[in-house]
Design a protein. Structure first.
Length: 617
């Protein structure tokens, strides 16, 4: 017999190595060639997730000495100081390396917004970015909207949000509030975000987060010539200098526009200003291994800063145009869905009203039948009473006749003797009195019988009138149904029987399996690149302007809500649990300052005066 050959197995190439890349919401695994560069891996990740705004991101890893580094794109992956373990894959984090100045204007793709949202959210929850308690609650409500969609009172269950990581632990620890109390405050704002899509909720999250003092700042420990320990903050707009105990409020700032050149020699950094009359800005890093990272971040942020102030490239223009058209298309779809939803809700309300009216008609019919039944019972009772009264009158008449016969017999027998005559007269008087009473009683009974007959006649008349009203009510209901046919073709009557009214014809029925009614105000051609008609574009422009006005009003309303929440939970704050950053933020709020007013102050004065101020810190 022929031996069965084992299945062919391709020998694993010794010229490739496994790589794992985490993007905060997914893990990607690749096999790279041994000579692949950092650019090859970076481009592979970007193509996999569909990212085109690549200039914000980089691949972060922990080097062989335990320091956080960014993968150099122009060098081979294997030539960089990466921890190499033959048993496991080489791991990288795909993170935002540089931040935009204004997220709403600069972030074009939804995938870019989503990656920034995840990274900023993680930084806030891990307390790498300081966030005030009231702002934490607001951000949590947007995060819930992005994850779960619109709030639904029917499906929402208490405790749903307590299982989510929504608030920094620092915020939870410094207030005497249970998780249910925090959830209730988040739920109130969550309910206000109804109708907001995931990308809109994430963008609102980023808009609020970018106003936080520590957002987009990379901190490095440095010293000046006087060896004062300070923090260097590398940001999208320049370099900030912070005191050792205060990472919120920079003491001075140098924008990229006034920086001409950056270099370092060992621990010494030299920054040459554009103004040649100003002295060089010199500081000293505390860790030599951080120098290349500082320089890399400075160069990258400076390039993006200058790039934003130039006309957009053709690629960026195409991306923005495509994103704008996609946004317009989605806006039109949302408007159409909103109209359809409104029509469906109106139809449901109309149907509920008709069902309520039907129940009301049924109740009126039941009451009319009940009244008719009671009338018939009353008539029968009165007829029975009349019959009994007639029988009693006849019996009394018979007794009166017998009494008169007895009187005649007594008168005839009383003539025998005088004594008998006296007795007879006495008996006669008694008999006459009895007869008078019986006659009176007979007359009274006859009158009562006549009265009962009258009542019987009136009851029968009332019964006849009730029947006529009922027939008239049913005829009117039948006439209404005859001119108002049911809009629901599959249902002829909601109430079985000859008395069931029909539903009116103006109730639109929207079935999930049927196509929506044509919208004459929209002209969308999905086969062409032009997605909007001229009228829709004008309407959309008006809607965008309305959204801008609504956003300003919403912003004012939001600030009022934040102040109210801050005042509400202030009484539950535990003072000794506040961190230094909380105390600094409270002082900043009392002085009426924010991130932008502080930056404006730190940039005041000439470059020369700010360099001198830095050296005197």
């Amino acid at each position: 017999m022929r031996k069965r050959m084992p299945p062919f197995r391709r020998k694993k190439s010794s010229k490739s190595f496994p790589v794992k890349v985490c993007t905060l919401d997914a893990e990607l695994e690749f096999n790279l060639e041994w000579r692949a560069t950092g650019r090859d891996l970076f481009d592979l990740v970007c193509r996999t997730i569909g990212l085109r705004e690549t200039w914000y991101f980089g691949l972060q890893y922990e080097d062989s000495k335990g320091f956080i580094s960014w993968l150099k794109l122009d060098k081979k992956v294997q030539d960089q100081s990466i921890q190499k373990d033959p048993q496991t894959s080489t791991s990288f984090m795909f993170l935002a390396k540089f931040y935009p100045e204004e997220v709403a204007d600069e972030l074009v793709q939804e995938v870019t917004q989503h990656l920034f949202f995840l990274q900023v959210k993680q930084a806030i929850l891990s307390m790498d970015i300081y966030c005030p308690p009231e702002a934490s609650v607001l951000l949590a409500s947007y995060a819930v909207q992005a994850k779960f969609g619109d709030f639904d009172e029917d499906t929402y269950k208490p405790g749903l949000l307590t299982n989510e990581d929504l608030l920094p632990q620092r915020v939870i620890d410094q207030y005497q509030m249970t998780l249910d109390m925090w959830e209730e405050r988040i739920r109130v704002w969550y309910a206000d975000h109804r109708g907001m899509s995931r990308d809109e909720a994430e963008m609102e999250y980023l808009k609020i987060a970018q106003d936080l003092d520590m957002y987009g700042v990379n901190y490095f420990p440095i010293t000046n010539k006087k060896e004062t320990e300070l923090w260097l903050g590398v940001t999208a707009v320049g370099l900030n200098i912070y005191e050792k105990e205060n990472k919120l409020q920079p003491k001075t700032t140098f924008t990229w526009a006034e920086i001409r050149h950056i270099s370092f020699d060992d621990k010494k950094f030299i920054i040459k200003p554009v103004d040649k009359n100003s002295p060089n800005f010199v500081f000293f890093s505390q860790k030599v291994r951080m120098n290349k990272l500082i320089l890399d971040l400075c160069i990258g942020n400076h390039d993006l800063y200058m790039r934003r102030r130039k006309p957009d490239s053709m690629e960026l223009q195409q991306m923005k145009a495509a994103a704008k058209e996609e946004k317009q298309r989605r806006q039109v779809q949302r408007n159409r869905l909103a109209r359809e939803k409104q029509l469906r809700e109106e139809a449901e309300r109309e149907r509920a009203n008709l069902e309520q009216r039907l129940l009301q008609y049924q109740e009126e019919i039941r009451l009319a039948n009940e009244a008719l039944r009671r009338s018939e019972e009353s008539a029968e009772l009165l007829a029975e009473k009349s019959r009994v009264a007639e029988e009693e009158a006849m019996l009394l008449s018979q007794k009166a006749s017998e009494a008169e016969q007895e009187i005649t017999r007594i008168r005839l027998s009383a003539m025998r003797t005088e004594e008998e005559k006296v007795n007879l007269e006495r008996k006669t008087r008694e008999a006459e009195m009895l007869t008078a009473r019986l006659v009176e009683e007979s007359e009274r009974r006859a009158a009562e019988a006549a009265k009962l007959k009258d009542e019987l006649l009136r009851a029968r008349a009332a019964e006849k009138q009730a029947k006529e009203k009922l027939l008239d009510f049913l005829s009117r209901t039948t006439y209404t149904n005859s001119i108002t046919p049911s809009p629901i073709s599959s249902v002829t009557s909601l109430y079985p029987g000859p008395l069931s009214p029909q539903l009116p014809p103006d109730l639109p029925v929207l079935d999930s399996d049927s196509s929506p009614p044509p919208d004459h105000n929209l002209n969308i051609n999905f086969n062409s690149y032009d997605l909007l008609a001229h009228g829709d574009a004008d309407q959309l422009s008006l809607e965008i302007e309305k959204e801008r006005v609504d956003y300003l009003e919403k912003s004012k309303h939001l600030q009022n809500q934040l102040r109210e929440l801050r005042s509400e939970i202030a009484v539950l704050k535990v003072g000794d649990r506040q961190s230094e950053l909380d105390q600094l933020h409270d002082e900043q709020v009392k002085l009426g300052e924010n991130k932008y007013s502080t930056l404006k102050k730190s940039k005041s004065g000439s470059t020369k005066s700010r360099v001198a101020f830095f050296e005197e810190l």
